[in-house]
Design a protein around this ligand. Structure first.
Ligand code: NAD
Length: 401
């Protein structure tokens, strides 16, 4: 993943005419923290490897999540930190990029151990993070509970009471309304803007969504409320559910809570992989990295692919898709809704304000629409793909900064 992220960045930067030295500076993280954290005492002590990569602060404080996962390693954190620098730059946020993680399976820890580990992570990094240095957020297997512990530890150690040291807090503890739906909502704005620019917004567009977690669910829910979209298929890690007349997403959610898509009253239920080949206008990838790869890219029938997961189309698959004329809306713009609302949370904390959900959603839409318009204009002017255009904008901004 790191090699592929670096290669993508290097080739885009070289196309912009940057010198080898500037390219190397762009790829290199400013600082990497790799450390062990021990919780418990004596025979109950447990030690975990922890990471924080601060990739770039050229445009503002480092920004990026902290994931708790047994497979977290330095290469993954490096790649994700770099992706964050590109994402914040592509959508014009005054933030840089960073990422953190602990190599741990949180299911094997008690709640008290999880809290001890979360607080220990902050104690180790306290000199290097904070509202104007590095503002972490939740990621895989971390949530507002973990972040609230971290903020509390940061406040205890530094006396900072702005709450702007982390985003993704609970709303009662300074979090922003609208954060939960933000990535799915931002993805929908991105899609609608692309359809508008292609003069397709008056047609009924059929949509299939891979992934029914936070991002996939919210995208599907909001898309099913849009008049011009018809959601015809969703998938999770086990099955694809397909109803050509359109899905009732609330009923799908209830079916999933009852045990799975089998409990939905209509449609066909087939293997999880089948979502890739659904005949539709837009395939939304909201589950995993590398979901479309060289082995299954031939199955994709949709003329539009919306990347809501990070890196859900491998480079080889991407080359195949673009050769066929498929339009890929790239992750660094399409899934930036989460980090945009994180920025809005940080702004609210700094000003000691609490905005309404309406205001948060309006601001989110403005950022996404501006970023998509900029990306499409750059792509059209230079006759390059949306992904190349988004990278070009991000790299140029990073380089200028
Ligand atoms: P999540 O854990 O809530 O959901 C992931 C979903 O993917 C689950 O429904 C899971 O069942 C499904 N899944 C797993 N394997 C699958 C498979 N083979 N086929 C179909 N579905 C499968 O995660 P999330 O927060 O929704 O994030 C999804 C992706 O979006 C991740 O790549 C994440 O890094 C990225 N992302 C998330 C955010 C955010 O705000 N949550 C922001 C930017 C990017």
């Amino acid at each position: 993943m790191r090699e592929s992220a670096e290669r993508t960045l290097q080739s885009a930067a070289k196309k912009l005419g940057m010198s080898d030295n500037d390219v190397a500076l762009l790829v290199q993280a400013e600082r990497e923290h790799v450390f062990d954290l021990t919780i418990g005492k004596g025979e109950h002590a447990k030690t975990f490897e922890a990471f924080r990569v601060q990739h770039s602060s050229r445009r503002g404080p480092h920004k990026g999540g902290i994931r708790f996962h047994p497979q977290v390693d330095i290469d993954e954190v490096r790649a994700l930190a770099m992706l964050m620098s590109l994402k914040t730059a592509a959508v014009g946020l005054p933030f840089g990029g960073g990422k953190g993680g602990i190599s741990v399976d949180p299911r094997h820890l008690s709640e008290a151990e999880l809290e001890e580990l979360s607080r220990a992570y902050v104690r180790h990094l306290v000199e290097h993070i904070g509202p104007d240095k590095d503002v972490p957020a939740p990621d895989v297997n971390t949530n507002s509970v973990v972040i609230d512990w971290m903020v509390d530890e940061f406040e205890r150690l530094t006396g900072d009471t702005t709450k702007a040291s982390f985003t993704g807090k609970s709303v009662a503890n300074g979090g922003s309304v609208g954060r939960e739906a933000a990535t799915g909502r931002g993805g929908l704005h991105a899609l609608q803007e692309v359809l508008k620019r292609k003069e397709l917004e008056r047609r009924v567009i059929t949509v299939a969504v891979q992934g029914f977690g936070n991002v996939g669910y919210w995208f599907a829910k909001l898309a099913s409320e849009a008049k011009n979209l018809r959601l015809i298929a969703v998938s999770d890690s086990r099955y694809t559910l397909r109803v050509n007349e359109g899905l009732d997403i609330d009923a799908v959610r209830v079916a999933k809570l009852r045990g799975g898509f089998d409990f939905y009253e209509r449609g066909s239920v087939t293997s999880a992989e089948d979502i890739i080949g659904v005949q539709c206008d837009v395939l939304v990838l909201a589950a995993l990295e590398g979901a479309v790869h060289i082995g299954n890219v031939h199955r994709v029938k949709a003329p539009f692919v919306l990347e809501l997961a990070n890196g859900p189309v491998s480079q080889e698959a991407y080359d195949g898709l673009t050769q066929r004329g498929t339009v890929v809306v790239p992750d660094i713009v399409a899934n930036a809704g989460g980090v945009i609302v994180s920025y809005l949370e940080w702004l609210q904390n700094k000003a000691n304000e609490h905005w309404s959900e309406e205001r948060v959603n309006e601001e989110l839409q403005k950022y996404i629409v501006r970023a998509v318009d900029n990306m499409i204009s750059t792509a059209d002017a230079s006759r390059i793909s949306y992904k190349e255009a988004a990278l070009k904008i991000a790299i140029r901004r990073l380089n200028e900064a």
